[in-house]
Design a protein around this ligand. Structure first.
Ligand SMILES: NC(=O)c1ccc[n+]([C@@H]2O[C@H](COP(=O)([O-])OP(=O)(O)OC[C@H]3O[C@@H](n4cnc5c(N)ncnc54)[C@H](OP(=O)(O)O)[C@@H]3O)[C@@H](O)[C@H]2O)c1
Length: 301
């Protein structure tokens, strides 16, 4: 084999392979670091939690970030903090469960930046309780936030994302890979995003629009996170889980999202737990059911 005009042996071939892999990886990293420069990125539900961490990381990479949430103070404080760090940022108050709010949110983005390149459907609502004990409102509210709350911003943004040949990413969960006890309404709402993303992806072929979905695993929650109880009341999630072995940090999750957006990969299941779950469900469906059943009896989940 000849490389740069020189004949090389098997050790040389191995070296070239290593150098090529290294070049490929650094090239990818370089692409990620420049990919977001000046791109207008709207992240719904970014005043707190994973959305906020993602907003910071993208802002530091030169993206023009649009924050969203329903709590004015939280949004304002974050906007000011990010501006102080020279991030180009705009906050838009809007409830993603209200179609008119979503139309206005996109209009505000266009009025301010003139375009929209990336929509990340992050806003979410979790719950806990046995399926049979849940008030019907728990099912309605989780579906409204997690499913329709991704549909409405997507409908409003899509015509403009077609123009920019931009991207739409749906934030799903490992809870969409299999039904878990205590999380029926949440699992159903996140599973429905898979169907939406699959259909949309087919319809967007040849338009230049990228559609993606990511299945996030259990993540360290930000202090103050609220979820629905069985009677549809918002209650503080007690566990924060910082440093717990099987909980991923928000920073790591945000990095996976950034990598996915830059590489335009359709489906990403970044965690070991999520990969294990997918594998088990596909090849050993009965065994995975039995394991979850046992975990439920022992009060683990
Ligand atoms: N944390 C996890 O372990 C985990 C695991 C898998 C997937 N996920 C998914 O990742 C996403 C973020 O989770 P997180 O734990 O970071 O959530 P979080 O801490 O509860 O933050 C939720 C964010 O969404 C906003 N929001 C909620 N409802 C909204 C609405 N109707 N309209 C506009 N904004 C709304 C909240 O702000 P306001 O309340 O001010 O509106 C907040 O900024 C969610 O889609 C979640 O399902 C999380």
């Amino acid at each position: 084999m000849r490389f740069h005009g020189q004949t090389i042996g098997s050790t040389g071939k191995a070296n070239i392979l290593i150098i090529s892999i290294f070049d490929f990886c650094t090239g990818m990293r370089k692409k990620e670091s420049t990919y977001f420069r000046n791109k207008v990125v709207l992240i719904t539900g970014s005043s707190r939690g994973i959305g906020k961490t993602l907003a910071w990381q993208l802002g530091k990479m030169g993206a023009r970030v649009v924050l969203n949430g329903r709590t004015p103070d939280r949004l304002k404080v974050l906007e000011e903090e990010m501006r102080l760090e020279q991030v180009e940022v705009k906050g838009v108050l809007a409830d993603v469960t209200v179609p008119d709010d979503c139309e206005r949110m996109i209009r505000e983005v266009l009025d301010h930046y003139g375009r929209i390149d990336i929509l990340v459907n992050m806003a979410g609502l979790s719950m806990k309780g046995e399926a049979a004990d849940l008030h019907p409102d728990v099912y309605r509210m989780t579906m409204e936030t997690n499913y329709l709350g991704a549909v409405y911003p997507t409908l409003a943004a899509l015509p403009h994302i077609r123009v920019s040949k931009g991207s739409i990413l749906f934030i799903s969960s490992v809870s969409a890979l299999m039904g878990f006890s205590q999380f029926s309404a949440y699992c159903a709402s996140k599973m429905s995003l898979t169907a939406l993303a699959e259909s949309l992806r087919l319809e967007m072929t040849d338009t230049g629009v990228y559609i993606g979905i990511i299945y996030i695993s259990f993540t360290e929650n930000e202090e103050g996170k609220t979820i629905l109880d069985t009677r549809s009341r918002l209650v503080r999630k007690k566990e924060v889980y910082v440093g717990k072995m099987d909980y991923v940090s928000r920073e790591k999750v945000a990095r996976s999202i950034i990598r996915q957006l830059a590489r335009r990969r359709y489906r990403v299941n970044p965690s070991f737990y999520g990969k294990f779950l997918s594998f088990m469900k596909r090849f050993f469906p009965r065994l995975s059911f039995s394991i979850l059943h046992m975990a439920r009896r022992k009060g683990i989940i």
